[in-house]
Design a binder for this molecule. Sequence first.
Ligand SMILES: [Zn+2]
Length: 408
Amino acid sequence: MLVYEMKLEGNKHQYEQLDQAIRTGRFIRNSIIRAWQDRIIKSRNDAYKYCKTLADNAEFPWAKQLNSQARQAHAERAWASIERFYRNCIAKIPGKKGYPKFKKYQVRASVEYKNTGWKLSDDRRYLTLTDGFKSGTFKLWGSRNLHYYQLSQIKRIRIIRRHDGYYAQFLIDHSLTENKLLTGKQIGLDVGLNHFYTDSEGNKVDNPRFLRQDERKIQKLQRRLSKKQKGSKNRIKAKNRLGRAHLKVSRRRNDWACKLAQRVIQSNDLVAIENLRVRNIVKNHCLAKSISDAAWYRFRTWLEYFGVLYGVPVIAVNPKYTSQDCSNCGARVVKTLSTRTHKCPHCGFVADRDENAAINILAEALRELATTLGHRESNASGENPLCLESETKPSKGTRTKRTRKSQQ
Ligand SMILES: [Zn+2]
């Protein structure tokens, strides 16, 4: 699925109509969550049906104005959050299970259309929304060319409100694959505090300098906002300024992460990373940390995207002990965060702390790959054609006896 985004140009009245549509999308979503809490809805199908009930209710005349498939799209959103909650409960994940919440007003919000309720002009430069809100025709601004795709390939359209205007996202059903020559290289990446990542060959990529600058700028705007009186015009202005700054920062970060990820995927045949939980990332209150975490999250998403595109497996492994264990002999060498060098007292292996971790991550990924493929290939019968004549001892060493040379 490809996503193309273009800015919408219209007049004030049109934008107000978009606001109404966005508000209605949120209304549908929240109504469905409420109906689920009241046990009126018990399945996805019920949720679809409930859309009709809402539209037919004279108390909510606006619900009928929204395109019927758009209503369903928002029912899907609501049901997805309910399902996620159920899944988390069944999986018994520790901590909060993500009980579905009602969405409040936010500047950044969107409304989603499926196949109907919109129309592209023949030259594909204008988008007309044709549902009951009558927002009319918008000029599309963007560098992408929609001509290349059939209309039937456009599966959904999202109208997104941001701090600096309204955008249309086109979700295009198009599977790309790119040719890539084998490079004969595999790589493990370790995220660090001091560097953005360190790879298993010891190369380091620093956090981009703009992360720091952006952080300072956001702090400044945040301080200004907090000094403004609640409910005042100046506060709204300050809030808008902060919102725009955040937007700019996230665009810059996304751009950087995208390019870096593409380079990593193009120059390797396998990429191993740590499976850091998004949950932990979002919870972080320290600004500097949260900014670099967001960058890492973006980077990882792009890695996975390009991985599929170029046919490079991206494997996320459990980060437990990756920085503690010796990548040469497998012994656990406990160190504090301030210990920057890994020195193994057992085998004498010395390496940079993060590099050692990156090697462990790569080794773990290969191990996981080997076992999952192995399980798929061999059946569970007792017969083992690979049984060796002499007994092999599953000693501790065999697990990690991969020397650095054999990994490459
Ligand atoms: Zn060792």
